[in-house]
Write a protein that binds this ligand. Sequence first.
Ligand SMILES: Cc1cc2nc3c(=O)[nH]c(=O)nc-3n(C[C@H](O)[C@H](O)[C@H](O)COP(=O)(O)OP(=O)(O)OC[C@H]3O[C@@H](n4cnc5c(N)ncnc54)[C@H](O)[C@@H]3O)c2cc1C
Length: 391
Amino acid sequence: MTTLSEAARSLPLTDLSEDEKTFRAVVREFAEERIRPHVREMDEEQCIPRDLIDACFELGIMGVEIPEEHGGAGAAFFMAILAVEELARVDPSVAVLVDVQNTLVNNAILRWGSEELKARYFPKLASEWVGAYALSEAGSGSDAFALACTAADKGDHFELTGQKLWITNAAEAELFIVMATLDPSRGYKGITSFIVERSFPGFRVGKKEDKLGIRASSTCELVLEECRVPRENVLGEPGRGYKIAIETLNEGRIGIGAQMAGLAQGAFEQALKYAGERRQFGRPIAEFQAVQFQLAELATQIEAARLLTYNAARLRDVGLPFVKESAMAKLFASRAAEEVASKAIEVHGGYGFTREYPVEKYFRDQKVGQIYEGTTNMQLLVIAKQLLGRL
Ligand SMILES: Cc1cc2nc3c(=O)[nH]c(=O)nc-3n(C[C@H](O)[C@H](O)[C@H](O)COP(=O)(O)OP(=O)(O)OC[C@H]3O[C@@H](n4cnc5c(N)ncnc54)[C@H](O)[C@@H]3O)c2cc1C
C-alpha cells in the first residue's frame, strides 16, 4: 500500500507549490510587461538593454540559487528552470542570459567555489555582474576536452593564453568561468577551471557573432594573452576542470530544455490566437478539424517537453541521478520547439513567413537548442552511455 507521505512525494510533476506558482506568476508578469514590448527591437539591435538586465537583477532571477547570506534568493534549481521557461515564452534571448547565469556560472561556483570565492563573487553575481561560461573553442566543440587554451603555473598566479569561441553573455559579462589546460599532453586530466574577471590584464572580448536566432543574446570570442589569474581563482582543484565542465553542463541542459519548452509554448500561443482570428471559407480556421488536430499535436509535444524538463530538475534538486533525464529533456524539448515553431508558422499561412508576426522569430530562435550545451548527437551519446552503463 502507498502511504500518504509516499503519495505526497509522487504528486504530478506540473503541480506546483504555492511558492512556485507565485514565483512563476511574477516572472510571467515581468516578461509580459518589461520584455514583450521590446522583443522585436532587441532582435533587430542585437542587444539586451542594460536597464532590462538590471531589472532582472532587481527581480532576483539572476541569483536564484545563490545563498541569502550572499545576497541571492537561496531558492531551488527548479525555480531557475521556471524562470527560464517563462522568459523564453516571451524572449528566448533574455531566457538564455538568465539561464547561463544561474545554471552554469552560479551553479559551478556554488558547487566548486571556495568560501572565499563565494564571498567575493556571489554578492556581485546576485546584484550587478553578468557571468559567462567559456569552454568551447574554434577547434573544440563536441570534442570539448581537446581544448587548446593553456594555463601556465607561475606560483601565485596562472597565465592563460588562447581563444574561446561562442561565449554567451560575453558582451555584458564581468565574470567568466574559463576552462584551460595545464598540459595538453595530459588530455582531459590537464583541464582546469578558472574565474576570470573582465578587468584582468591580458583578457579581452573579441568579435561578436551575427546569428540566425537569439540575436539579442551576445555570443563572442574571448582572447586571452598571458592573462594573469590569481591562484585563488582556480575553481575546484587544478586538473579537475573536466569534472566541473561535465557536471555543470549536465545541469545546464535542463535549463536549455526549459528554454525550448518555454519557446514552444510562446509560439503555440501565437498559433492558437491566430487560428481563432483568421477566417477562411467563412469561418475561423480553428473550426477546421485539421487545424484543431495540428494544435492538439503541438500541445502534446509541449506537455511532454515540460514534463521531461521538470522531472530532470526535480531529480536534480532531491539529489537523485538525472544525467540521462537531463539529456532526454534537452533532446526532446529542442526537437519539440522546432516542430512547434515550424507548425506555428504554417498555421499563420503567408503572414507567418513575414516579420509582421512573431512566429518567424521563434522559428529562428529555436535552432540553437539543438546545438549549444551539446548537439543533438551528443545528447544521444550521453543517453546511450547511461543506458549501456546500466545494463
Ligand atoms: C549561439 C551559441 C551560443 C553558445 N554559447 C556557448 C557558451 O556560452 N559557452 C561555450 O563554451 N560554448 C558555447 N557555444 C558552443 C556550443 O556549445 C558548440 O557550438 C557545440 O558544442 C557544438 O560544437 P561545434 O560548433 O564545434 O560543432 P562540432 O562539434 O564541430 O559538430 C558539428 C557536427 O558534428 C556532429 N558531431 C561531432 N562529433 C560527433 C560524434 N562524435 N558523433 C556524432 N556526431 C558528432 C555534431 O553533432 C554536429 O552535428 C555556443 C554556441 C552557439 C551557436
